[in-house]
Design a binder for this molecule. Sequence first.
Ligand SMILES: Nc1ncnc2c1ncn2[C@@H]1O[C@H](COP(=O)(O)OP(=O)(O)OP(=O)(O)O)[C@@H](O)[C@H]1O
Length: 520
Amino acid sequence: MKYRESLNIVNKDLQLPAILAINSSINAEESLSRVFEVLQDFLDADGAFVNIFDVQKHSIVFVAHCRRNGLSSPLGSVEPPRSLRPLKITDKVLNCSDISEDRFTQKVLSECLPDVKSYLMLSMDKEDRHLGVVCFYSCHYDQFNEAQRNLLKSLHDSFSLMTSNALNSVLLANNRDLIHENDGLKDCVRESRMALVNRFTARTPSLKEITAKVEKVSSTEVPMLVLGETGCGKEVVVNLIQQLSKRESGPFVKLNCGAIPETLIDDEFFGHEKGAFTDAKIQKKGVFERACGGTLFLDEIGELSLAAQVRLLRVLQQKVVTRIGGVQSIPVDFRLVAATHRDLKEMAKEGRFRNDLLYRLNLFPLRIPPLRERAEDLIPLTEFFLNRLRSKYGISQPLVLSKKSVEQMLNYKWPGNVRELENTLERSVLTSSDYQNIRVIFDGEAGGLGPAMSVVSNELIKLETFEAMQKHYFEAVLKAAKGKISGTDGAAALSGMHPNTLRSKLDKLGVTFKAVKPEL
Ligand SMILES: Nc1ncnc2c1ncn2[C@@H]1O[C@H](COP(=O)(O)OP(=O)(O)OP(=O)(O)O)[C@@H](O)[C@H]1O
C-alpha cells in the first residue's frame, strides 16, 4: 500500500472506543476527557476543548477542556473578535499547523490558551448555523498529520451530538437565567404595585386579617367570592387578591354584571366576529378571552340572569368560548374572582341563583364585615382619609375632628360603609371653618340610622354637590379675608392652603373675586 493511501485509512482500532467514549455521557466535560484519554497517544495532542457559539449572548462559550497531564481549567467565554473572520473549515476538520495563519482562533485563544501553536479543529454546523468547535491542540507547530485528521473526521457525527448536547445545556442555563431575571423583575413590579395599593388603602386590622387569608390561597387558582354590603371595600379586597396572586402580571379584566343589559351580556361574555351582526364592524373579544392568563373580576355577580349564569357555568366547566358569529372554540384560562352585596345562598333557595354555580364560586368565600361591625377600623380609616384630604386640597395644617363628632361617628351605623365614611369626611372638611375642630356632617339621606342625625342642622343636611359646597366655602373665606389671598390674614392662611393651590382651586371652581378695600 502506498504511503498516501495508508493515511486515508481510518484507524479502526481507535474509532469504536472513541465513539463509545464520546457517547458515554451527556456531560461534555466527561465525554471529552474520556475520548481524549482514548486518543491521546495516537494524536499526541497537549489538550482539547469544546466551545459553542451562544447566539443569545453573542459569545463563544468553552463548555469543556482537558489537558494531557490530566489538569484542566475552565476557560470561560470570550466575545468573538469583531474585525476578524473565522477560517472556513472545508471537509469537516481543519489541520492548522501554525496558529498565526488563523488569526480568528489565535485571538479567541490569546487569553485562555496562549501556548497553542497547532491544532485539529472540527467545525460543528447545522443548516448553515455554526454551533461550535471541537479542537485538539498542541503547543508545538506542525504537530498533526493526515491520518489523525481522518480519524477525527470519522468521529464528526459523534462529536456533533456532543456539541449539540452542550449547546442545549447552555441554552437551558440561559433560560433559567432569564426566568430568574424575569422573576426578579416581577418581584419589583409586584413590590411597586403593592406600594401603590398601600398608598390608596388603609391597612386596617380587618384588612390585615383578610390579606393574611388571601395570601394563604394566593398560590392556588381557586375562584374567590367576596361578599359584603355595598361600599364596604369588596373591590379593594379584589384588587389585593389579584395583586397577591400568581397571575398578578397578567390581565385584570373587570365586568360589572349589574350594569350590562340582558341583551348585551352574551356580547360582553363572548365577543363577536366581524360581521356577526349589523353593528359588528370589527372583531371583539369577550371578557373571558381578554382575561386569559390573568384574572376576571365579575362584580355584582348576583345581578346575573339565570340564563347568563348557565353560560358562565358552562365556560367555567369547559374552559372554551366561541365568539358570536364564530365557529372556532377558543380555549380560555383565567382565574375568576366575583363579588356581590347579595346573599347568594338565599337567592339560590329562592331559585334566583343556580346552586351549581354557587357551589363553584363558594369554595373560598371572603366576607367583609360592614363598617358598624368593625369599630377597630373606624379610627385608622378616618386618619387615612383625613391625610388624603389634606394632600388632595393642599391643606397644610393637620385636620382634627371635634370630640363630639368622633363619639357620634363611633355610634353611627354607617349604612353606606367605608364609601359613606370617605364622603362624609370630605364633605365635613370642605364645609368646616375650623380645621382643628371639624364638625362631622352625616349623610342626610341615611334614614336616621344613627344618633348623629339629630344633632346635624337641617340646613346643612340639604346637601348640595361637592363643587357647589366648595364654591360657597371659598366665597365665604374670601369674604372674611376681604379678597386677600396671601398674607397672614389672607384666604390661603384661613383655609390652611398654599396661596397658589388656592388660586388654582378658585380658578377651577370659577370663583371670581375682587379685593375689598378696607373701610376707613
Ligand atoms: N381599607 C380601605 N382603605 C382605603 N379605602 C377604602 C378601604 N376600604 C374601602 N375603601 C374605599 O371605600 C370605597 C368603597 O370601596 P369599594 O368600592 O371597594 O367597596 P365595594 O364593597 O366594592 O362597593 P360596591 O358594593 O358599591 O361596589 C372606595 O372609595 C374605596 O377606596
